[in-house]
Design a protein around this ligand. Structure first.
Ligand SMILES: [Zn+2]
Length: 303
């Protein structure tokens, strides 16, 4: 994190990351996106894949088109249908003629449990969802997309969002918002599912990558350690939640205020969504119970 802020990447500037990968930073910095969204260009020959075009911003579209330097875009891949990653896919497709590929639309891949919970109660959530997103081609888990000198393998990694995919290029994996180097991901039900998130972490760990290129922030050069940290961080949070519930039942909001005593007030709503995601995961494992049923307003107690 210190290294990345010392470098303070500039939007619109093309950065060569080696291995045939270039990055163009979008001009959308925020507490949830760090410096902005990383748009990646894969391939240095005549055909290039663009991963995560980013927000619908004309200046960013111009920057991505300029970075092509005469090459043709053959594929536009989207890790997930959030507004900081997906909306520029359609304008970029119109400008280049390339198809948009993703796991599916904004609702695709939602877990059965989240579908059931969202049907039973108002779960809220839906932060930043690009509800209009629809790919031209849906990618099945494990499918391959190839161009001149490169092959990308799509890995379905639900958790941050049901339709989230990572894309493997040899030993490099583009991790979208599933793994970032500077923060843990927001997991906000019903699009986010912590049970799925943990399974997707285990899956990525089995992939034994040498480098992660996340949707926000600098490259992650120690993927195994970062995944290990993420899993331990989530397990520690789970223990904190169970401890905070020991004296008395509480709402997700009350638990968040008790646990997150050291973060900026602007980040508390996101923290509360993460706590709710943990509570729903714990409920599925019979560690906690919700009254009347799992929702942002529910009272939670230890089982
Ligand atoms: Zn996201």
């Amino acid at each position: 994190m210190a290294q990345e802020s010392a470098l303070s990447p500039q939007p619109g500037v093309v950065v060569d990351l080696g291995g045939g990968v270039r990055r163009v930073l979008a001009p959308n910095p925020s507490p949830m996106t760090l410096h902005g969204t990383n748009t990646y260009l894969v391939g240095t020959g005549g055909s290039v894949a663009v991963i995560d075009p980013g927000p619908d911003d004309p200046a960013h579209l111009d920057a991505v088109l300029a970075a092509l330097d005469g090459a043709r875009v053959s594929h536009i891949l989207v890790t997930h249908a959030h507004r900081d990653h997906a909306p520029l896919a359609r304008p970029l497709s119109r400008a280049t003629g390339a198809p948009v590929l993703a796991f599916g639309d904004a609702r695709a891949g939602r877990s059965d449990r989240m579908i059931a919970l969202a049907g039973a109660a108002a779960l809220a959530g839906g932060e930043g969802v690009d509800a209009d997103f629809a790919p031209d081609t849906t990618l099945a888990d494990g499918s391959e997309v190839a161009g001149e000198g490169w092959t990308l393998t799509a890995l379905w990694t639900p958790g941050h969002m049901g339709n989230h995919m990572c894309f493997a290029l040899g030993e490099t994996v583009f991790t979208g918002d599933h793994v970032m180097g500077w923060a843990s991901s927001l997991v906000s039900p019903p699009d986010g599912d912590l049970t799925d998130f943990m399974e997707s972490c285990a899956r990525l760990a089995r992939h034994s990558a040498r480098r992660f290129l996340p949707g926000h922030g600098a490259p992650v050069e120690d993927p195994a350690q970062r995944l290990d940290w993420l899993v331990r961080h989530r397990r520690a949070r789970e223990v904190q939640i169970l401890d905070a519930l020991a004296p008395a039942p509480a709402t997700a909001a009350a638990l968040t205020a008790r646990i997150y005593t050291d973060i900026a007030a602007a980040l508390l709503p996101a923290a509360e969504r993460n706590v709710l995601a943990h509570l729903i995961d714990l409920e599925a494992r019979s560690r906690v119970r919700a009254t009347p049923h799992p929702s942002p307003a529910a009272i939670w107690r230890r089982a």
